[in-house]
Design a protein around this ligand. Structure first.
Ligand code: 3HC
Length: 278
């Protein structure tokens, strides 16, 4: 299958790796061909690191990268599947999907990796039906895919997406459209609450995370997890939850806004509530 992945950041690169590892051709798209090439190089470097640590065979890394390609926009015309993972912004996603709708063959399946937005609104005006295919970070490691049915997603497309998720080694759960779906509706307010606990001076960042790791057996605490997800992403999801419901329990802590404005986004920027070597 030819899969065109739009948005080559953390999620897009991981999705490309997963599809390529299962024998599919993965086209990586970013804001420009040069930028997509840089993301492809980064993916190759991360696989090479695995090889160097003895966690992956060189042949497997080469095999994956032989199927990850960077091409011009028009090459997506005959893709079997397009997955958009661009910025978590309705206008940006709709603009891209509109251009793809005009470009792609009738049979191309359209999927969105949105982490919180309405599939029904995103699909408005498209000839191609749209399904949610929500992956989790780090994509090669996390087993779940939330398969999201928007208001007009055909039942057969939901079924097809479930089967595809299984085929690429993931476990799908079918979710009806709701802001944040299942995981982010629970997990993102949890990260926000971690910041509230810090801001109230209850404990240090280190101790909040140790408490949740050792007290609940979570693999990482809420502040490290927000650093992994990216505080810009956490903030945009909190804002979607709040704007869709007007429920004050979804109000983003102002410290998160301040961190985002300061560019302290977490692991991807080198600094969040903790520091990371780039
Ligand atoms: N990309 C690829 N592989 C990665 C990775 C990455 N970014 N980070 C870790 N891994 C791999 C490692 O290579 C290793 O695999 P290996 O044994 O084959 O080498 C394996 O994961 C375990 O890694 P480590 O031993 O280095 O570290 P840990 O055991 O501490 O695990 C973790 C790291 C998997 C990130 C673990 O801490 C974890 O599960 N954390 C919670 C992650 C989580 O909750 N993600 C969901 C976020 S919400 C989301 O994504 C939704 C979005 O819409 C916001």
């Amino acid at each position: 299958m030819k899969v065109a992945i739009f948005g080559a950041g953390t999620m897009g690169s991981g999705i490309a790796q997963v599809f390529a590892a299962k024998g599919h051709t993965a086209l990586m798209y970013a804001s420009s061909v040069a930028s997509a090439q840089r993301h492809r190089d980064k993916l190759a470097a991360s696989l090479n690191k695995k090889v160097a640590r003895g966690k992956m065979e060189q042949a497997a890394a080469d095999d994956i990268m032989s199927r990850v390609r960077v091409e011009e926009f028009e090459a997506a015309a005959d893709a079997d599947l397009v997955i958009e993972c661009v910025a978590e912004n309705m206008a940006v996603k709709k603009e891209l999907l509109g251009r793809l709708d005009a470009l792609c063959k009738e049979e191309t399946i359209f999927a969105s990796n949105t982490s919180s937005l309405s599939l029904t609104e995103m699909a408005q005006g498209l000839k191609h039906p749209l399904v949610g295919m929500h992956f989790f970070n780090p994509v090669p490691v996390m087993k779940l895919v939330e398969v999201i049915a928007g208001g007009n997603t055909p039942a057969e497309l939901v079924e097809w997406t479930k089967n595809l998720s299984l085929e690429i080694g993931k476990t799908p759960v079918v979710v009806n459209e709701a802001p944040g779906f299942v995981v982010n509706k629970i997990l993102v307010p949890y990260c926000n609450e971690g910041v509230c606990v810090l801001q109230e001076g209850v404990a240090s960042a280190e101790d909040i995370d140790i408490a949740m790791q050792l007290g609940c057996n979570h693999p990482m605490g809420p502040l490290h997890l927000g650093d992994l997800i990216g505080w810009d992403v956490v903030l945009s999801i909190m804002d979607v939850l709040y704007n869709e419901t007007h429920d004050s329990k979804y109000r983003a802590n102002v410290l998160i806004r301040k961190m985002v404005r300061a560019g302290k986004l977490g692991i991807k920027s080198g600094e969040g509530f903790f520091s990371y070597n780039k």
